[in-house]
Ligand binder design. Structure first.
Ligand SMILES: Cc1cc2nc3c(=O)[nH]c(=O)nc-3n(C[C@H](O)[C@H](O)[C@H](O)COP(=O)(O)O)c2cc1C
Length: 369
């Protein structure tokens, strides 16, 4: 049954993780023909645009951790990718604390003006206490981090849409503030990442998009049901994006062998240290339900539980599983790969057309019914 997800019968959207930090998207010593440098990433954005991807998501990191030794800054890097492309939207990550809404609103408005409104943002709330300690930022309790992120989003929206904006929050204050120019149309979409109750509650109040870690269709459905019920009660509309690590090969055995090789080459100390950090972050939410709360060692080899979504197999299997995600209420698949340039091109040539064909067949069946 097609669930009444936000998009209804609309096509599922595709985003890819921009490798703007070193080490790729797995904590493994397996060979990766992926680079974090600017030239590689400009070319990748062009390939993705051509392949039919709708969005590119850049990452924000202030310090090394678990293999990500070098990290290009997200907003600046996003602008470089926008300058090298013409239709794809780029989502820049912002971390309240180091970022404040004043600078973010101004900078994103300018990039929006420069790129015909192709910039979007991902408000992240922090999982890495060591990073905050390293840069002298206070590390708030889990739910306080989300309370701050919600104020951050409310402040951004106010600054972007109102003249003489005034706001009295616990974290941010504005008095008759007018930003000019405001962003170009359309307004920058606001994504957010996280899976805890606080994350879902925030998304159901203020975000346009809720990004969550990889999961099974059942796990995703439970989150979607919760978030959509809450959003409906608030009179708010939110769409859902899910992370997945794609391994597409001619046979399922080949794809599974690549997954095994990634896990066999995992750096156990780095994976365990990452697991320790993120499980603390997840457990820190009062109900212990955050991202990674139930992740195994194998799951943690991919930063955001992307193996769990199981887009691992032949193009046909992957296309069918993507449509199953749609049935679970997912509007967007956020994808990572081992060798980004080659595999993004392959995904566009061999998997997106299959997904579109399955969607069209469903649409015809729905119309007939
Ligand atoms: C798709 C996605 C992208 C994220 N990107 C970043 C990022 O670039 N930088 C960062 O510090 N945290 C990032 N996060 C982490 C979240 O903002 C959040 O801190 C984490 O998921 C824990 O949240 P939870 O306790 O609500 O589950 C991302 C999370 C998701 C799901």
């Amino acid at each position: 049954m097609t669930r009444p997800n936000h998009n209804g019968l609309e096509p599922i959207r595709f985003a890819y993780w921009v490798p703007n930090v070193s080490g790729g998207l797995v904590i493994s010593k397996i060979e990766q023909r992926t680079s974090w440098d600017a030239d590689y990433n400009r070319k990748l954005a062009q390939i993705a645009e051509e392949a039919g991807f709708d969005y590119a998501l850049t990452q924000i990191r202030f310090t090394a951790g678990y293999g990500a030794e070098y990290q290009h800054e997200s907003v600046a890097f996003s602008h470089a990718l926008l300058a090298a492309t013409s239709t794809i939207k780029v989502i820049a990550a912002l971390l309240p604390g180091p970022w404040n809404p004043t600078i973010a609103a101004k900078q994103i408005a300018t990039i929006s003006q420069l790129t015909n409104g192709r910039i979007a943002i991902n408000v992240v709330s922090g999982w890495f206490s060591g990073e905050f300690r390293a840069i002298g930022e206070p590390w708030l309790d889990h739910d306080e981090r989300y309370r701050r992120s919600e104020e951050f989003i409310r402040a951004l929206r106010g600054i972007w849409t109102q003249d003489d904006f005034s706001f009295r929050g616990d974290f941010y204050r504005y008095t008759n503030y007018t930003l000019k120019p405001k962003p170009a149309d359309p307004q920058p979409e606001i994504f957010q990442g996280g899976s805890s109750r606080a994350a879902r509650d925030m998304a159901a109040r203020v975000s346009d998009w809720y990004f969550t870690n990889g999961n099974t269709p059942e796990g995703i459905r439970a989150q979607v049901d919760d978030i959509q019920a809450k959003a409906a009660a608030n009179g708010h509309s939110v769409k859902v994006g899910v992370n997945a690590f794609v391994i597409a090969r001619d046979t399922e055995e080949e794809a599974r062998a690549v997954l095994q090789e990634i896990i066999d080459n995992a750096d156990p100390d780095a994976v365990k240290a990452f697991g320790h950090e993120v499980k603390n972050a997840g457990k820190a939410s009062p109900e212990g339900e955050g991202n990674w709360a139930k992740s195994s060692f194998e799951d943690l080899v991919q930063y955001n539980d992307g193996f769990k979504t199981n887009l691992i197999g032949t193009p046909d299997q992957i296309a069918e599983r993507i449509v199953a995600l749609k049935d679970a209420g997912v509007d967007l698949a956020l994808l990572a790969f081992l060798h980004f340039q080659e595999e993004v091109a392959y995904f566009g040539a061999h998997i997106i057309p299959k997904v579109r064909a399955l969607e069209a067949a469903r649409e015809r069946r729905a119309e007939a019914a």
